[in-house]
Design a protein around this ligand. Structure first.
Ligand SMILES: *Cc1c(COP(=O)(O)O)cnc(C)c1O
Length: 389
């Protein structure tokens, strides 16, 4: 039998990367050495001390049983302490922190707790697709906030119509930003907190890239550093990108107590928490030797320099930013982002992500992920130079 999908699945936008995947397979079949700069998944392994912590924790039989829904108190304490050290933000580990099966899990479940049929979520475009899709799954409507080059890829929250703000329950933000690499300024976050307070909107700050920065003197902010932010914001943090732990599935959310509580209510009815051994490894990540994180940054710094030099030779303009392991690059004149991504794949066997895959306002750009080693990045640049763009 062929069971018809529910409307919420039928209405999903077409998978824009399917064509790229198909072309990639074609190139591989032809025997081409494909350089994949598409996926945002660190190629560097998890630090060994974290792996050892998991091995030890996996032996403990108390970890073999159901974990607590909201996470071990020890993990939540470690997350709160990490926030205090990194951002100077004080959090109550019992009420203002929740453990997640990766931050994506929490982001996808949050709208179920706060969106009723017909409510609006303010969603940036281009963006990580989960914000809009999770909103629609919960029966909500998406109001797009365009991210534009001329605004430093920050949404113009003051231009959102009053009637939209009145119906809005959530505002999704993601800084340092994937895919545009943009960073939030303090002034921008102040404006956001002000608007959110006036219209009772819960700000959902997705912040997995705060530790991937290049200039020590300009570390990315947490929205919770802004006065009054805890009254209106929840922030999602992840161990995935900071500690190269994408496969482990562990993250956490912090901030507004009722937001954390609402998310917890959904989770008690959906999942049963994170394997405690992974939480113990997470504690090691958050509280142990942090020199790995600096080494990571050093690796990305070198890769980024190589690619930026290439872009300058190619004459391609890109977003100048201090963070994330991506580059957000303007496509050459005369191409759409999809056409250009196809050309790179067919003529140079390089996979990049067309900006339009992140939303209509991503048109005109492509994203390169620096999750390949320097020799491959150098080769990618060489191949691009040969195309005479
Ligand atoms: C990687 C990523 C996440 C999710 O990370 P998890 O592995 O689920 O913790 C969330 N948001 C953005 C923008 C990301 O790039």
């Amino acid at each position: 039998m062929d069971f018809p999908f529910a409307k919420r699945i039928r209405e999903l936008p077409p998978y824009l990367f399917a064509e790229i995947d198909r072309l990639k397979e074609e190139q591989i079949k032809k025997g081409k050495k494909v350089i994949d700069l598409g996926v945002g998944d660190p190629d560097i392994p998890t630090p060994p001390s974290i792996v050892s912590a998991l091995q030890r924790a996996a032996e403990k039989k108390e970890n073999h049983r159901y974990p607590s829904y909201v996470g071990m108190l020890k993990f939540r304490e470690a997350a709160a302490e990490w926030y205090r050290k990194r951002f100077g933000v004080t959090l109550d580990p019992e009420r203002e922190v929740i453990t997640l099966i990766g931050s994506k899990e929490g982001i996808a479940h949050l709208p179920w707790a706060f969106i009723d049929e017909g409510d609006i979520a303010l969603v940036p475009d281009p963006a990580y697709p989960v914000y809009g899709i999770a909103t629609k799954f919960a029966g909500g409507e998406v109001y797009k906030m365009p991210l534009k080059w001329e605004n430093g890829f920050l949404p113009d929250v003051e231009s959102i119509p009053e009637d939209v703000l009145k119906r809005a329950k959530l505002m999704f933000l993601n800084y340092p930003n994937n895919p545009t690499t943009a960073e939030a300024t303090e002034e921008f976050y102040r404006k956001v907190v002000d608007v959110a307070s006036r219209y009772s909107i819960l700000v959902v700050s997705d912040a997995p890239y705060t530790e991937i920065y290049y200039d020590e003197s300009k570390k990315p902010l947490s929205i919770l550093q802004i006065d009054g932010a805890k009254d209106v914001a929840i922030e999602f943090h992840s161990l995935s990108k900071t500690y190269n732990m994408t496969g482990w599935r562990i993250g956490f959310a912090v901030g507004n107590e009722s937001a954390v509580k609402g998310l917890g209510k959904i989770k008690t009815n959906v999942d049963s928490g994170v394997f405690q051994a992974i939480q113990e490894a997470g504690i090691e990540a958050l509280t142990g030797d942090q020199s790995y994180v600096e080494k990571n940054r050093e690796i990305y710094r070198k890769r980024r320099e190589i690619f930026i030099k290439g872009l300058e030779k190619l004459g391609l303009d890109y977003m100048k930013s201090n963070s994330t392991f991506y580059l957000w690059i303007k496509v050459p004149d005369g191409y759409s982002s999809s056409d250009f991504a196809k050309k790179l794949l067919e003529d140079a066997a390089i996979v990049v992500t067309p900006g339009v895959g992140f939303g209509e306002y991503g048109e005109g750009y492509f994203r390169v992920s620096l999750t390949q080693d320097t020799d491959l990045l150098e080769e990618a640049v060489e191949r691009m130079l040969k195309l005479n763009l």
